[in-house]
Design a protein around this ligand. Structure first.
Ligand code: NAP
Length: 286
């Protein structure tokens, strides 16, 4: 079994990006700047944000952290996003999800200027992706594509099954795989016979948000499995949606949790910030 090592690829990507940022700044481009908005005190979100801020610093990207209390109103949050939209020093904006239940998440994401949408999740950018004219791709699915490419997993013509249809992962994942000429099936909680679909798969991307719910018996032999899920077990350890030890015996390649898709998400966030900075400064030649 080949391990789809997102940690290694992420480090490599971030190293390359650091060099590109230095070259960009040397040519007169502004230091890219990412604003991260964190609402409330969810411990997992705090950890994710601190990783993102640290990764920015390592790549030479400036970051601004905006912390708001969990009691913030929708209007206050929209106003904060608007201020960042108007700030000429800010090139990318990320609102850490999930948001508290009294906030309309889609409305907040859509308030972000599409040219500053570092997560690639606003309706305009998802629409461009669906139309085959991608501007910035959602970080997690884009990270998966790069992980598959790095390991020379053939996507063209492959039967790819995506388990999950969320706006953040499943749907854009399916669109990106389609763009790579895979034959794509999307499964979700109402899918009648998940096993039947999985049995035909060459590549499966699992993003169901259910700890270790799929094991070796669910996948055909020599399948490539990308596990997007991330959960903290009672013993404090992290796990994915797939029982790694089991599938490691039968799969062709598997992404581990941790060390698979998670680090790639961060690398793609930095990449998007750089891409948006370049789009906003067409006068500077990279
Ligand atoms: N590594 C990273 O960087 C990263 C980034 C984002 C998310 N994640 C993780 O990835 C997982 C998924 O995230 P998400 O935001 O996409 O979750 P989500 O919004 O909860 O969506 C889960 C999807 O899985 C489907 N589903 C649930 N149970 C299923 C079942 N038994 N069979 C088939 N489909 C099923 C749901 O179907 P319905 O639509 O019918 O409800 C839904 O479409 C979570 O564990 C999350 O923490 C990781």
């Amino acid at each position: 079994m080949e391990k789809l090592d997102g940690k290694a690829l992420s480090q490599e990507w971030r190293g390359g990006l650091k060099t590109r940022v230095e070259q960009w700044v040397a040519k007169g481009g502004p230091v890219p700047c990412l604003a991260v908005v964190l609402v409330g005190d969810d411990p997992a979100s705090q950890v994710y944000v601190s990783h993102k801020i640290k990764a920015c610093a390592q790549a030479g990207i400036r970051s601004i952290e905006e912390r708001l209390p969990g009691s913030v109103t929708q209007d206050e949050l929209l106003a904060k996003v608007n201020n960042l939209n108007r700030d000429p020093e800010v090139n990318g904006i990320l609102v850490q999800l999930p948001l508290p239940s009294h906030i309309d998440e889609a409305a907040v994401v859509d308030q972000i200027d599409p040219l500053k949408d570092a997560d690639g999740l606003c309706t305009e950018n998802l629409g461009l992706l669906a139309a085959g004219r991608m501007r910035v791709a959602p970080c997690t699915p884009h990270g998966v594509i790069h992980l598959l490419k790095k390991h020379q997993i053939e996507m063209a013509g492959a039967n790819a099954v995506v388990v999950g249809r969320s706006q953040i992962v499943g749907k854009p994942m399916a669109l990106l795989l389609l763009q790579e000429n895979a034959t794509v099936t999307i499964c979700h909680s109402k899918t009648k016979n998940l096993g039947q679909h999985l049995a035909q798969a060459d590549i499966v991307v699992v993003a169901a948000g259910r700890p270790e719910f799929l094991g070796a018996g669910d996948f055909p032999k020599n399948c490539v499995i990308v596990d997007v899920g991330i959960h903290r077990k009672d013993n404090g350890k992290l796990c994915g949606d797939v029982r790694f030890a089991e599938v490691a015996e039968t799969a062709r390649a598997v992404s581990p949790v941790p060390g698979g898709v998670g680090p790639m998400t961060i690398a793609m966030l930095l990449e998007n910030t750089m891409q948006l900075t370049m789009l906003q400064n067409p006068g500077v030649t990279p």
